[in-house]
Structures are given as C-alpha cells and as structure tokens.
Design a protein around this ligand. Structure first.
Ligand SMILES: [Zn+2]
Length: 457
C-alpha cells in the first residue's frame, strides 16, 4: 500500500497534525457507547455478500449495524420515499437535453412530509431491495464503492428497472483485519507485520463509519437501478432513439446528479472524506467534510458549474464519529431533526475558485427551456448565494404549465424553510433550508486567515 502522507492535501498543508490532535479530530477519548438498538437489516445479511468469510463479516458487523440505523432513520425516509415513489419531473432544459442526448429528470421531497403509512411503505421497499443487489469487497482504483447494473437480478417489483452489484473497496477489510489481528494478540505470537502500523481504536471508528456511509451511499445507486427505466437517447436528433441505461435523476435543484452524494449532503451536511494523500479509509489524519458539489466537478450529469467563490474543508470531530453508535445520538436526531446529526464546523480550510466566474461558465448552465434567451438573467446574482438555488430553472413549456410551475415552486420555497422533523405521530418531514445547504455555517462569523477558518468554543 502506498504511504499516506500530508503532501498534496490542501487541508494538511495549512493545518498541522498537532492542531488536529489538540482539537479532538484524531483521538476519541470518551468511553465508546455502543448502544444503537436494532440489529442488521436482512438486506445486509451475510448471505448478501459474495466471497466473504464469516470472520470478515463479523469485522464489518458494526458498520452494518450503523448502516441499518442510518438507512432506517425516520428523519431520512422522505429522501428514499422521494426516490422510490414520487413521480419524477422532467427538467425542461433544452440545453441539458442536448448535452446528454436525452430527457433529464429530477426527484423532489414530498411537501408536508410523510404519513406513518408512507414511512412504512418506504421502509418495506428498502427491505425488498435485498432481491435487487449483492455486495462484494474487491480491489477498486480510486473509489470506495461502486454500483453497476446486473441483469441477473430483478429491479423493484412494478418498475422497469434492474438489479445491481455493489462493489466495496477491499481496503476497508484490510484495515479491519489488521486491527483485529493485532488486538487478538496473534501479531506478537506470529511475528505478523501489520500493513497499517499506526492503527488505533480511533482509526477503526473512522473506518467503520466510512464503510457504513459508503454502503448507504451505494444503496442510492441500487435504488436508482431498481426503479429507473432505460432511457431514449439522441432524442433531439432526427435519428432512431436507442434505449440506454438511465442517467441518475437530479435531486431537487441540485446542479449535479449523484444520488449517493445527494443523500450524504442531506445526512451529514456534506461529503465525508479522509485527510491525507492518497485517500485511505484508515484516515490516519482524521476525516474532513465539505459541501457538495465542489467548485470543480466534471463527473456525473451536471446542470452547470458552481457559482460559489470558495468551498471549505472542515475537520470532523472524533467525538461526533464515536457518538454515531450511541442510541442517544439517534434519539436526538429523531427529536430535533437531521441537523442534530451534523458534525460541528470548528476548523476549516477554504479552497478558493482559481478564476472568476465567466461567460463560459454561464453558457455551461442548463437551467431552463429558455436557456438561450435566459443567458443574461442571472448575471447580477450574488456570488455568495446558495449555488443550488438556481432561480428560473425548469421553465415551463406552455402557459398553463408555467402558472402551475410558478405556483408549485413558490409553495416549495415557502415550505422548504428548514430541514426538520415534525413528529406528532403522523408526519415525518424532511425539508431543505436553502441556507443550510451551504457547507459553511453562515450563522457563525468566521475569520479567514490565510485560507484557514477557526472557531474556538
Ligand atoms: Zn455514488
């Protein structure tokens, strides 16, 4: 395995390992509270994994219990409900259609939240995904996990979708095996040389969390394959329209379509990643989190480049990572909403846009059916505004639809003031507060000194 170092990591070039240690971003001190209720969902049973030994399954069991807990959070079920059951809306952007040669779609949260019945229905559908997917740990290049369609398994019943195979990075297993081997004392007896000599209990918490997060991320893609029909391509061309595997739908107004990242953004207020280069699940320098989409993202279906002037990488406190296995943490989330799951942002490094927003960026935006005519409309938009709040998108085709669209968007904006959960025994609501979609906590004044922002408690 390549040595993981601090070079080429923009965060570690500005923040020392010592500062991370003192700040509580590397070591987990309090007693580990492993009290989450509920076991492992049948979806993640041993029989769902190809080529895994019973011993290795035991090593990943804590991650599977956490994955089960996160997947089943009533607070987060509206995301899965939207993906599985809500009718997808076509994005009325000719530019976008031309770019990908097909109609592109979005899925949105149900306004007003879910009824208990809808929660149950969503939970049942997620359990049914067991038939649609299998998992395997394999060597992956530059990726923690990937999900590809697999025709030997069915899609979700009632959909013209298909099954899939989720591959997870073998590095996760190597880290967990290494640690278990050393803990068992076998190392001393056999002279075994650990592959990751710096591993400690804190690194294992990070690796277990990271694996759980990756598994649920991949479930987003599993659900996509299971519920999304093949799509006609070359639709604006005067040629036959062949059917091809579907692109991912966009979530709400997001400018990139990546269901797993959309889910992570909602659940963790950003994407969690290991500091250090190359990136490794053992995360010897701790974990960071940043707002997605990043300033530069060229992968995945995209409706336009970021308008943000900077993006901040924040260090993730170890106390937070450790608390994920505590039932009290999830009881808190249930009571106060998904915000209670977000780690605090106390130490960050800002990465600034290398060049100003320009005409080329603007021409790259696929916002509405009137793309061409609209070009200058957003010119005065404040660069600090939330980048996903793309005004005037999804324009209408005719006047009736226009009126309906405007009304719906207005209602949507009024209702989506906060991400919150209303638990009156009937409703589970998850709503998006545009201000909260910015990875930078705008409620706190931050001083940026040479690209580093620090908030001392
Ligand atoms: Zn993904």
């Amino acid at each position: 395995m390549a040595q993981i170092n601090t070079q080429n990591d923009p965060f570690l070039s500005k923040v020392s390992v010592e500062e991370l240690r003192i700040g509580g971003f590397l070591d987990f001190d309090p007693p580990f509270d492993d009290s989450i209720r509920g076991g492992i969902l049948p979806l993640f049973n041993y029989s769902q994994f190809d080529g895994l030994s019973q011993g290795d399954y035991q090593l990943i069991a804590p991650s599977l219990r956490l994955a089960t807990t996160i997947l089943g959070q009533p607070t987060l079920l509206p995301f899965w409900y939207a993906l599985i059951f809500r009718e997808r809306r076509e994005i009325q952007s000719r530019r976008l259609t031309l770019r990908y040669g097909r109609h592109c779609w979005r899925f949105d949260l149900k306004p007003g939240g879910l009824t208990r019945q809808e929660c149950v229905r969503t939970w049942q559908a997620l359990q049914t995904m067991r038939q649609c997917v299998r998992f395997e740990f394999v060597t992956l290049q530059g990726s923690d996990g990937t999900t590809n369609r697999n025709g030997t398994r069915p899609g979700l019943q009632g959909y013209y979708g298909m099954g899939s195979k989720t591959e997870l990075s073998l590095e996760y297993l190597k880290v967990l095996r290494d640690f278990a081997y050393r803990e068992s004392g076998a190392e001393a007896r056999s002279g075994y040389t650990p592959e990751f000599p710096g591993l400690n209990a804190s690194a294992i918490i990070r690796a277990r969390y990271h694996l759980a997060k990756t598994i649920v991320h991949e479930m987003g893609h599993v659900v996509k394959w299971a519920t999304t029909s093949p799509q006609e391509t070359r639709v604006l061309f005067d040629e036959p329209h062949p059917l091809e595997p579907p692109l991912e739908p966009f979530f709400g107004d997001q400018r990139r379509a990546e269901i797993g990242y959309a889910w992570e953004s909602m659940t963790f207020k950003g994407l969690t990643f290991p500091f250090g280069y190359p990136s490794h699940p053992s995360a010897p320098f701790g974990l960071g989190v940043y707002k997605w989409p990043d300033l530069i993202d060229n992968d995945d279906p995209c409706r336009g480049p970021s308008r943000l002037p900077y993006n901040t990488r924040y260090a993730v406190p170890m106390a937070w990572a450790g608390s994920l296995w505590s039932q009290q943490h999830w009881d808190n989330v249930l009571q106060h909403g998904i915000e209670a799951n977000w780690s605090s942002r106390r130490l960050g490094v800002r990465l600034y846009r290398q060049r100003p927003w320009n005409r080329t960026d603007e021409l790259d935006e696929c916002l509405s059916v009137e793309d061409e005519e609209d070009e200058d409309e957003d010119e005065d938009e404040d660069m600090d505004e939330d980048e996903d709040d793309l005004g005037g998108d999804d324009g209408p085709v005719d006047e009736n639809r226009a009126a309906e669209f405007v009304l719906r968007e207005r209602l949507h904006r009024i209702k989506t003031k906060r991400w919150t959960v209303i638990r009156d025994g009937q409703l589970t609501t998850l709503e998006i507060n545009p201000a909260d979609r910015d990875g930078d906590d705008s409620s706190v004044e931050r001083v940026d000194i040479n690209g580093v922002v620090r908030l001392h408690p």
